[in-house]
Design a protein around this ligand. Structure first.
Ligand code: FPP
Length: 245
């Protein structure tokens, strides 16, 4: 059932930078947006696999803050695709006991998408099987700056003492406040960057880069990434010997 994985070492939180949709389409002489459509099928496959093997949180970088700068047609297409995903898939996600959440400046999304998202979050809020966390209009530095502003506000209002601001308190002001840090971050398409994704949260995250383009990243490729992760030793700054004792 666990597809050759060690059940003791299933990562609690996997985050994915879904990259390479445009190149997938270009290689087939198709419009870029067809790559995004095909990429949506990978989203389905990966969500299903994650749920099946017992991952607790899956965060998908679906739309970055920087993605707003893409040509208007592409942005509109991505927004329609997101609306379609939320319309068509929420019932099934709900049946699978999946809780939908979002991180990012979601109030900047078109009204229709925003409303569908809020409805989906509400409808699935009691589900316990897995959290599907969608990063939308998300930027890591913006998230950190936002947390800093909120902390400063709380200090000025006398609700917080400056001495109380430590790493854990800072984390509690991030969008991911009640989620564990990612254990594994996957990026497809051969790019070796974090691209402003979960900058604070990825301090000790294992990174996995694959040349596979996102539309080609399905269950088999996901399981390969998880197996690679399971072979690693996570030391969190300690010595190997210290971990064994
Ligand atoms: C990066 O590929 C991908 C995106 C900017 C969008 C990701 C969106 C999806 C996978 C589909 C919808 C998602 C959900 C959650 C329903 P790119 O366009 O940057 O590819 P390129 O680098 O090859 O040009």
């Amino acid at each position: 059932m666990l597809e050759g994985l060690d059940p003791e070492k299933i990562p609690a939180h996997v985050a994915i930078i879904m990259d390479g949709n445009g190149r997938w389409a270009k290689a087939r002489r198709l419009p870029r947006v067809m790559g995004h459509r095909e990429g949506m099928k990978s989203v389905r496959a990966v969500v299903e696999t994650a749920r099946k093997i017992g991952i607790k949180v899956l965060t998908l970088y679906a739309f970055s803050k920087e993605n707003w700068q893409r040509p208007q047609d592409e942005v509109s297409f991505l927004m329609r695709l997101l609306a379609e995903y939320l319309q068509k898939e929420v019932d099934e996600l709900h049946q699978k006991d999946i809780q939908i959440r979002a991180i990012g400046e979601i109030e900047l999304l078109p009204k229709e998408v925003y409303e569908l998202l809020v409805q989906a979050i509400k409808k699935t809020s009691q589900n316990q099987g897995m959290i599907l966390n969608l990063a939308l209009s998300y930027g890591g530095r913006a998230e950190i700056a936002h947390a800093a502003r909120e902390i400063a506000r709380a200090c000025l209002a006398g609700k917080l003492k400056i001495e109380e601001v430590d790493e854990a308190l800072f984390a509690s002001y991030l969008y991911t406040k009640d989620l564990p840090d990612p254990d594994l971050l996957i990026r497809t398409s051969g790019e070796l960057r974090l691209s402003n994704f979960l900058l604070y949260q990825c301090a000790y995250t294992e990174l996995y880069f694959t040349p596979t383009l996102w539309p080609d990243f399905r269950e088999k490729e996901f399981l390969e990434a998880l197996k690679d992760y399971q072979r690693r030793e996570r030391r969190f700054g300690k010595l190997s010997e210290q971990l064994k004792s």
